[in-house]
Design a binder for this molecule. Sequence first.
Ligand SMILES: [Zn+2]
Length: 475
Amino acid sequence: MALQRSAGNAATVSLLNGALPGPTNLALAAPVLVVQRDIAPNNPLPDTGSIGQQRIEDRLTKREKNARLAAGFGAKLKATTWDEALVNKLVVDRRADMDAFYRKMYTKKHPTDPGKVDILVGEAVEKTVPSQLDTLLVQVNLDDLTTTPGLTSEMAKIAMKEFASTDGEVWLANALIETTATGNIAAVEAQLKRDAAAEWQRISGRAEGASFGQALSKAEKAAFSAQLKALPSLSRIAQAHGGDTSALKMTSAAGWRDGGYLSDTIIEVKEANDKKAIAPKDLYRRPIDDGSFRKRAFEADKMLRALVEPEILGQLAKPQLRVHPMKETKFRAFQSGEEVHLAADEPLPIMVHEVGHYLEDHGAIESWADIQRLISKRHQLAGGGAVTVTGPSGMRKEGRFAGEYKATGKYTSKAYDTGSTEMMAMTLEYLARPSTFEKMIEKDPLQAATVLRAVQPRAYAAQAGLRRFDKYLPS
Ligand SMILES: [Zn+2]
């Protein structure tokens, strides 16, 4: 079927925030079963404010868990003192990193003037490192950390930057986490959660574009679309759609955080072979057996590398592809947690669609917030109230936010109780399909831009011609 969902059903729950092995006094969140459900028409809209906050808190919890596991926790940093050696090493490493980073940048800018490069690098490093250094070098013990509101809040803010943004300071968050790795973490965590709430407010309070919500004139819309089409990766995709099979070969080899390709992760869902779960007449496994499913998954990965910049893709591990031995007319694809479930003959654009859900759910929270803002604004402008409206034909039982979606249709604003949306998925799907590529950009450049800025922040920022249209964006 053409329309897909991101939600699992009761059989496809995912377990987040699993219980941690080790000491029991760490007061981490209890395991939470997350089931994403549709919202029927005329029901309250999802509370995206508290969902956003929850997403930040989940990141905090996950991040703490990962950092502790990585640090071999249990193997003990003293709870009452900073580990000075660790902190100092981090600072030294950080200065070296920043030095290398700026040196590269300024050498490019002033290739014939190494003296000038030295000066500029020195200034830049001094500018960026000491403010963080001050925070690190404050001598505190855990009591201070939990009882000094200003300090705790400051630390939490820095940690939040790491957890909530795409370019955070991993090293600093690690220092915070490792320093508080044992002992009374509950109090620290409570403070972090309060700060998470404040951070969510900050994110959701980002200034809107001055003309956000205003209709674009026909000429303005055409000019906006032309600028989007001029993004280098979109020109390449257009060439590929036009039949130039070599166009996507230029795409960066850098990919997922854990390396490899989507085609490496395929797992056949064996349960589907169970006669109780699937009627023999519905079994269809030729594309699995002849390798064409795998080949398509590889091509979908290539398309995703063209659509998503390495800096964004590289923050995420590959999702796992679960192939069901059925035709797409019998099996409705979906994404749940880190799994993407697909039919054996799933077309490439729908593969991209489902991975799009994964990118929206696991990517930067600001990008998700922008999508929410655009959907909410269109809902308001269309006179939508506190409840969902009826879904498009064929989806009448699936509630949605009001508003028009001239490229991808009403399904785009389907409402899920987890706050996930169809916008990232639909937009990437439409860009990945030759017959809908132009429609996506020409009919709704604002939707396209909101998603493209999320997946290609560097290219979007680098293209001067797009600045004129920033005022229309959600933030
Ligand atoms: Zn979907």
